[in-house]
Ligand binder design. Structure first.
Ligand code: SF4
Length: 296
């Protein structure tokens, strides 16, 4: 089942859970003008700072105090490539529908006749073309099938209806997170009413949920709407394309945890004090070369 159909199914199930759960108003993003949501200082963080894996949080010190640039490792580049394939393919599919290509078969024909999107991304980022191509074709097939499903259910659909029902409403939605202590230029992978989705290409870890809680609070503050659910979609491409969905309610506990981490990092950056290194640094840390000069 395609990822968005699966997300919709899980959302329906989670709404049942949510009926018995309440999210405190003072932990919503639109309570940005009072503690605990109100930022503790002028430091504004990115979601990757919240997701960071440095045990001492020296990554934030290196980034904001020493002003060093992270070095992209192979996992990060692959993640970026997957994000770009998803974004560019979905945007191109929407454009094609609006330009009159309104059947699944036509979409497959059109998109399979050109590999421009995956080829360009693979070339620009230096990642394996086969992986980009597989993901691209997978998306085209899944969306095309969904378009046909919509047409068979609602034969009178026009292009606007098809796009609305077969494709996610916002891909890489821009959000100003500054009211809740985050960057002014956040980009949310996918936003559907009341839910945020984030694509991940590596292994799963708890902090990813905190990152999504950050996005939820940022949207609540920026747009004054409730965001109750989060979905992490882990992508793996081998012989096939795999999507693993982790859905959850962005409840009070997660919101508090996000605020705690946000405040801890903001305080560290504001103090300018080096927190020191952990006993061992993972080689794939994007600041490995900075913190371990000569060990590259
Ligand atoms: S290299 Fe080590 S100390 Fe530096 S940010 Fe990475 S994990 Fe932290």
């Amino acid at each position: 089942m395609f990822m968005f159909a699966e997300v919709e199914r899980k959302l329906r199930m989670m709404r049942k859970v949510f009926e018995s759960m309440e999210i405190s108003e003072d932990l919503r993003g639109y309570s940005w003008d009072k503690p605990p949501v109100e930022p503790i200082n002028d430091v504004r963080l990115s979601i990757s700072d919240i997701n960071g894996f440095c045990p001492t949080r020296r990554d934030a010190f290196v980034k904001y105090v020493l002003r060093e640039k992270p070095r992209m490792n192979q996992h990060m580049v692959r993640g970026l490539a997957y994000h770009k394939v998803i974004r560019d393919t979905l945007v191109a599919l929407k454009k094609a529908v609006y330009s009159g290509t309104t059947s699944g078969e036509e979409l497959v024909e059109l998109f399979f006749s050109s590999n421009e999107i995956p080829e360009k991304i693979s070339k620009n980022l230096g990642v394996d073309l086969k992986e980009c191509l597989k993901l691209y074709r997978f998306l085209v097939l899944q969306i095309s099938a969904r378009v046909d499903e919509v047409l068979s259910k609602y034969p009178d659909s026009d292009d606007e209806n098809i796009v609305g029902l077969a494709l996610p409403p916002f891909v890489e939605k821009r959000v100003d997170g500054s009211l809740v202590g985050l960057s002014k230029h956040l980009s949310v992978d996918v936003f559907t009413p009341h839910a945020v989705l984030d694509f991940k290409s590596g292994y799963s870890k708890e902090e990813h949920m905190l990152g999504l809680a950050g996005y939820a609070l940022a949207i609540e503050a920026d747009e004054e709407i409730d965001v109750n659910y989060g979905f992490l979609i882990y992508i793996r491409v081998d012989k096939n394309v795999h999507f693993r969905h982790v859905g959850f309610v962005v409840g009070d506990e997660l919101r508090r945890e996000f605020i705690e981490v946000r405040d801890e990092i903001a305080e560290l950056v504001d103090s300018g004090i080096d927190p020191g290194k952990p006993n061992q640094c993972p080689k794939f840390c994007s600041y490995y070369g900075v913190c371990n000069e000569g060990c590259d």
